[in-house]
Design a protein around this ligand. Structure first.
Ligand code: SF4
Length: 443
């Protein structure tokens, strides 16, 4: 397995870490140059210039959708009569198989805080919120301590660096619903309302939390801001091997020898991550399928293992880069069973706002459960395909349902024989079924 040598030139997000990956508290962070980017920005760069730098850097959102951050920032209302704007950090990381934001918050909390402060400066925001996944108790404790350190050192508070500007960061722990990762559901939840997505337009950049212009960025996205400001656009672009700029926290989980996550350049191939960093599949197993970036991304197969990990290459292969934390499926796993387990999760996490998703996902689960017990009806696979169409893009209120059916649709596409083999009259394929069920599943 490859050993990573982290330097500030090559690994801007993770070079702060020591061998043991201890938390980087403020003393060490400052000693290594932390908060210099914020100081540089507040003392010598105009807010509009910061937005231009981020736009030029072509930084794409790291939450999964990959929208260009600078473009998103430039959509924020600049109306001088609006004196309140908000920045929300989306830390509601609930995509199964993904824990990169948790890692960044628990290990290098000040990088995120510095990113929030520079972004607040650019967006002319004085109050920011970190909307944190409820189960991330350790991250919560670390962030609370880091925020209080930043206050003590004068980075948060009034008249920061004698600028007459004030910055406040609030930490809000969510109640643990997947849909809160959708930015307008996050806004509703933060306001104390039912966490369902809002109708758009108006977009949050004009009417967001408490009716004010609001920008929502992911933890990893914001953590990229300080190195871009400190080292410049060209340096940032040169980090990548592909058209997508910078580095990305990527990983592999499943039955691999060394599951984990690593900061890697865009454009590295999935094979390199699997073999050089994750150590390959466990002895005796082969790779049958993989999801590039979370449970809501389409399955790819071994044939796709040499694709570069970047937004457009993965999309061309028929999936999404998503969070870039890939999950390997080995040759012993039955796809019907695996997909049933995934769909139970998505069915439970539907917010219930629109009918196709609220009723369609549990229906998919019932059919898959029957197939798993070899009680499937002869038309069940066709019906599953019909449901994939009915819950597809543009047919539901938000992207939850299209994301939920992506693994099912792709599993049928590549492994139809396994679905057909679960019909009453078929020959059963002798591969293992998943025993686990999703907790608290009442359907
Ligand atoms: S698609 Fe699902 S999660 Fe999204 S609004 Fe409709 S019911 Fe809610």
């Amino acid at each position: 397995m490859k050993k990573i040598l982290r330097t500030s030139e090559t690994h801007p997000l993770t070079w702060w870490l020591n061998e043991n990956q201890d938390v980087v508290w403020i003393k060490e962070y400052k000693k290594k140059g932390g908060y210099l980017a914020f100081e540089k920005a507040i003392k010598s760069i105009a807010p509009s210039e910061i937005i231009k730098i981020v736009k030029d850097s072509e930084l794409r959102g790291r939450g999964g959708a990959g929208f260009y951050t600078g473009v998103k920032w430039s959509l924020m209302s600049t109306d001088e009569n609006i004196n309140i704007r908000y920045l929300l950090c989306n830390a509601d990381e609930m995509e199964p198989g993904t824990y990169k934001d948790k890692f960044l918050m628990e290990k290098i909390p000040h990088q995120l805080i510095e990113g929030i402060l520079i972004s607040s400066l650019a967006l002319r925001v004085s109050r920011s919120y970190i909307f944190l996944r409820g189960e991330y108790i350790r991250a919560e404790n670390i962030l609370r301590q880091a925020i209080s350190e930043a206050k003590k050192y004068g980075y948060i508070g009034n008249n920061v660096f004698g600028s007459n500007l004030s910055f406040e960061i609030f930490l809000h722990s969510g109640a643990g619903r997947y849909i809160c990762g959708e930015e307008t559901a996050l806004i509703n939840s933060l306001e104390g309302r039912r966490a369902n997505p809002r109708f758009k337009p108006p977009f949050p950049a004009s009417v967001g939390v408490w009716g004010k212009p609001t920008c929502i960025n992911n933890v990893e996205t914001l953590s990229n801001i300080p190195p871009i400001i400190l080292n410049g656009v060209q340096w940032y672009k040169n980090l990548s091997k592909s058209l997508d700029t910078g580095t990305k926290i990527m990983g592999f989980s499943g039955k691999v020898k060394n599951p984990g996550l690593w900061e890697l350049p865009f454009g590295i191939t999935a094979r390199e991550i699997l073999e050089d960093y994750a150590g390959g599949m466990n002895d005796g197993l082969t790779l049958k399928a993989w999801q590039p970036g979370g449970a809501s991304t389409e399955f790819l197969t071994y044939e796709h293992i040499d694709i570069p990990m970047d937004f457009s290459s993965v999309s061309r292969a028929g999936s999404r880069l998503g969070t870039a934390l890939a999950m390997a499926v080995d040759n012993t796993v039955n796809m019907v069973s695996l997909v049933r387990n995934i769909e139970e999760f998505f069915s439970r996490e539907s917010c219930g706002w629109c009918t196709p998703c609220r009723d369609g996902l549990p229906w998919i689960v019932f059919i898959l459960r029957d197939l798993e017990k070899f009680k499937g009806h002869k038309d069940d696979v066709k019906l599953l395909e019909e449901l994939c169409y009915r819950l597809g893009p543009g047919k539901t209120f938000c992207a939850h349902a299209p994301g939920a059916i992506a693994p099912l649709r792709s599993a049928i596409k590549y492994f139809r024989q396994e679905f057909d083999s679960c019909l009453e009259s078929s020959q059963i394929i002798n591969i293992k079924f998943i025993k686990g069920v999703q907790p608290n599943n009442k359907i």
